[in-house]
Design a binder for this molecule. Structure first.
Ligand code: GTP
Ligand code: MG
Length: 260
């Protein structure tokens, strides 16, 4: 089912951001350097920073560093990801990564290679197969990820070690998943829907850094962590029930979707 690329493909790096002024400019530069050095059939690579109502200088810093900045006033991690995915012009491949500089853009080729070779439809960077800096993943995150992985195996028969934010997928395939989860359940919903749609999911080891500055919105905040846990469980259950709409349905749905 996966597609092999023999011609250069276009790609967009979508970075959801909420108050990441401390890290976003360096991250954008790292992505640009990584994209320039990619010895694969990817060209050009655009960088879309989706600013989700930051009250700091995130948007200005990102634009100064050369990113395209998309403002999304409706809150939610998944919402920001989807807005970035849908922001035109259409590209062949979508790359998702966090805005706090925890993911390493230099590892982009590791994720792109299996996708472009047609070996996988969704490639996810696994921090547990790779490495993570001390303090970058809290014990509750590791535990939560393990629980989520077990549920994915039980409900969808898919084996993953981590629910990492750094991932790549063809634009068209991602749209066809009909993503609905507009908060932190987005990452797990993508895996669940891909598994349900019979897509091939591949993990590659990546290294994960501690956030480069700024404030944690999820793992460092108990209330946010509990809410994220609930959204993740909900996403697993809901993805099982829902059908997979066509891309056109998704575009319509995105317009009328309730706020997260
Ligand atoms: N667009 C958008 N982005 C968000 C929102 N909340 C968090 N983010 C971004 O999503 C990414 C993940 O959030 P983090 O705060 O890093 O969560 P975390 O990785 O669990 O926590 P740390 O380990 O402290 O980094 C970061 O790039 C945030 O800026 C949101 O509501 N909207
Ligand atoms: Mg983070």
């Amino acid at each position: 089912m996966s597609t092999v690329s023999t011609q250069p493909v276009t790609a967009a790096v979508v970075i959801p951001c909420l108050n990441e002024e401390a890290s976003i400019a360096d991250l954008v530069r790292e992505v640009r350097d990584a994209a320039a050095g990619i010895d694969l059939l990817v060209d050009p690579v655009t960088i879309r920073v989706v600013d989700n109502g930051s009250t700091d200088q995130t948007a200005i810093r990102a634009a100064e560093a050369g990113a395209e900045v998309i403002l999304e006033s409706r809150r939610g991690y998944g919402r920001a990801c989807l807005t970035g995915v849908l922001a035109g012009p259409d590209v062949d491949v979508i790359i998702l990564m966090d805005g706090d500089r925890s993911d390493q853009p230099a590892e982009l080729p590791l994720l792109l290679a299996p996708l472009l070779a047609g070996e996988a439809d969704l490639v996810i960077g696994s921090r547990l197969l790779g490495s993570y800096a001390p303090g970058s993943l809290l014990p509750q995150q590791i535990f939560g990820n393990r629980v989520a992985a077990v549920l994915l195996r039980i409900v969808y028969g898919v084996r993953v070690t981590d629910i990492g934010p750094f991932r790549v997928m063809r634009h068209e395939r991602l749209l066809a998943l009909g993503m609905r989860e507009m908060t932190y359940g987005w990452s797990i919903e993508m895996i669940a829907r891909a598994a349900k749609g019979g897509l091939t999911i591949r993990e590659v080891p990546v290294s994960y850094r501690k956030r480069a500055g700024g404030v944690s919105k999820v793992s460092g905040n108990l209330r946010a962590s509990l809410k994220a846990g609930y959204r993740i469980l909900l996403a697993i259950v809901r993805a099982r029930r829902d059908s997979l709409p066509l891309p056109d349905d998704l575009r319509e749905w995105q317009h009328g979707a309730p706020d997260a």
